[in-house]
Design a protein around this ligand. Structure first.
Ligand code: CAA
Length: 472
């Protein structure tokens, strides 16, 4: 951590802006078109609407629109930005980083070569890469390399699955831009406690040239939980060894995390993850005995507790009992209390927007700030824990503390206003866009005061070159 005038300097998130495309598919319409019970989406997965891109939008446009918003809101000029990182798993090119497109768009507004001094890369590790980008830029600031400039980290994705696949109901699109500096008004990251886990896996991946991922849905759900738990165990060791959290008899370190934000491929994944982590944490504490009594059944274990994920998923008897146990646990007063207090507010915006891959954790964070503040909670000093997961697979667990100046930012937050007027797509419109049947200029919305894509070259010499304009 940087030291100035004998004081440790913070590094973290100063402000946050979201850009969400204004087209959406309604979960009930989608369910009836696919012959599904709407309750499976709305209650089972926690999805009400899924944001969709227009024909003339791509992940670079979404990222540039979010960056422009945060720069305009804070009256920043390109000179104030030292680094611009884009985290995405919707890459447009195998070589050229999405940053270049974003810089190119921003320079249409701020002037040619205005970002010339600015460094940055596109980061990739499925949905977790935004967290690595935040961590690396936080450390750039802590190392004293920033020279009074900010880092801009933007997470941007279009979550798109094959028509008719089980992932199709967990789509969405959007970008979240985060401004980082050494005097953050919003959140200062806790130093020396960030923890990671990593393993070569094929739960969800997108081979080169394929537009949509190959997904092993239930495998990915369980792997997410296991990987986050591993990172959480490493985080726990670090918070205890650094003295960040000091536990008394019978306490869990979760008691000291005021809010939890989880990666949200669909909003109920947050609740699933909380139940899994709570179970893991509370199992050895005196409070567990009372909870088991309330649940009325012992915690089940698989036939082969050391087996593979496949063997656990194939153990039908265990899976059914485990599902029942989890449902009973989530109905207990103890779980409901921690769910309502620490997680529920982070799920509100994601329910309205859907999966944003890299950006979903940060949309949840943004949601939690807005809706907790609206409850009248004073957020200053509250510790926020983040559980980030990327398929393939890696998890990162870290935390930060809300800063005293947070209110000047959070009081202005209103996700509905920030999205703007939305337009519901018919299923026919949605499928035409999804299957790329419409050309770029057959856009549904006018996209005023936004960057839009106007051309993708097809002639061999310039194939793949993309041209964007700022729509006045
Ligand atoms: N009424 C109410 N609830 C219902 C219902 C009904 N009629 N029918 C089903 N449900 C509930 C189920 O009980 C289940 O809830 P619980 O898990 O709490 O029991 C929920 O709805 C989902 O039902 P299923 O598990 O049967 O759903 P599915 O197998 O058809 O698909 C999915 C779910 C696997 C997540 C699928 O949508 C998918 O493959 N999604 C893409 C992959 C993904 O998101 N993985 C998440 C982890 S990996 C990751 O996080 C990286 C990333 O961003 C992709």
């Amino acid at each position: 951590m940087r030291v100035k005038d004998g004081l440790l300097m913070a590094a973290g998130i100063d402000d946050i802006a979201v850009y969400i495309p204004r087209l959406f598919v309604d979960a009930a319409d989608f369910a009836s078109a696919r012959g599904l019970d709407p309750a499976k989406l709305q209650k089972g997965l926690g999805i009400s609407q899924m944001a969709m891109v227009d024909t003339n939008q791509d992940p670079a446009c979404l990222a540039a629109n979010a960056c422009l918003k945060i720069m305009q809101k804070n009256n920043l000029s390109p000179d104030d930005i030292g680094r611009l990182y884009v985290a995405t798993e919707s890459a447009l090119d195998e070589s050229k980083a999405m940053n270049s497109y974003v810089i190119g768009m921003l320079e249409q507004v701020y002037g040619s070569e205005s970002f010339e001094h600015c460094g940055g890369i596109e980061t990739k590790f499925a949905c977790v890469s935004g967290s690595y980008a935040l961590y690396d830029n936080t450390n750039w600031i802590r190392a004293g390399e920033a020279e009074n400039k900010h880092a801009l980290v933007v997470v941007s994705d279009i979550a798109k699955y094959d028509l008719g696949s089980s992932g199709e109901m967990t789509q969405g699109a959007g970008a979240v831009a985060m401004l980082l500096n050494d005097h953050p008004r919003l959140l200062a990251f806790d130093p020396k406690v960030t923890a990671t886990s990593i393993k070569d896996e094929y739960d969800f991946y997108r081979p080169i040239g394929k537009e949509t991922p190959i997904v092993h849905g239930q495998y990915s759900n369980l792997l997410y939980l296991i990987q986050v738990k591993k990172a959480l165990d490493a985080y726990k060791k670090k918070v205890l060894s650094t003295g960040l959290i000091k536990l008394k008899e019978g306490e869990s370190f979760l008691d000291y995390i005021d809010y939890l934000n989880m990666h949200l491929p669909y909003s109920n994944m947050g609740k699933k993850a909380l139940a899994y982590l709570v179970r893991h944490e509370w199992r050895t504490l005196p409070r567990w005995k009372k909870i088991i009594e309330k649940i009325g059944m012992e915690e089940p274990s698989p036939k082969d507790p050391r087996g593979t994920i496949e063997s656990i998923l194939a153990d039908a008897d265990f899976m059914a009992k485990d599902h029942q146990f989890t449902k009973l646990l989530t109905n207990t007063e103890e779980f409901q209390e921690i769910y309502e207090a620490k997680l529920a507010s982070s799920l509100i915006a994601p329910k309205m927007i859907g999966n944003l891959y890299t950006a979903s954790l940060y949309l949840g964070f943004r949601s939690s700030l807005e809706f907790e503040y609206q409850k009248g909670v004073d957020l200053a000093g509250k510790r926020i824990g983040f559980g980030s997961y990327g398929s393939g697979s890696s998890a990162m667990v870290f935390s930060g503390v809300i800063q005293p100046e947070y209110e000047s930012i959070v009081k202005e937050m209103n996700i509905e206003t920030e999205i703007g007027p939305r337009k519901k797509l018919s299923l026919e419109e949605y499928e035409s866009i999804h299957e790329n049947k419409l050309s770029l200029n057959q856009n549904i919305l006018d996209g005023k005061k936004e960057f839009v894509l106007v051309d993708v070259a097809t002639n061999p010499e310039f194939r793949g070159q993309r041209r964007y304009v700022f729509n006045e």
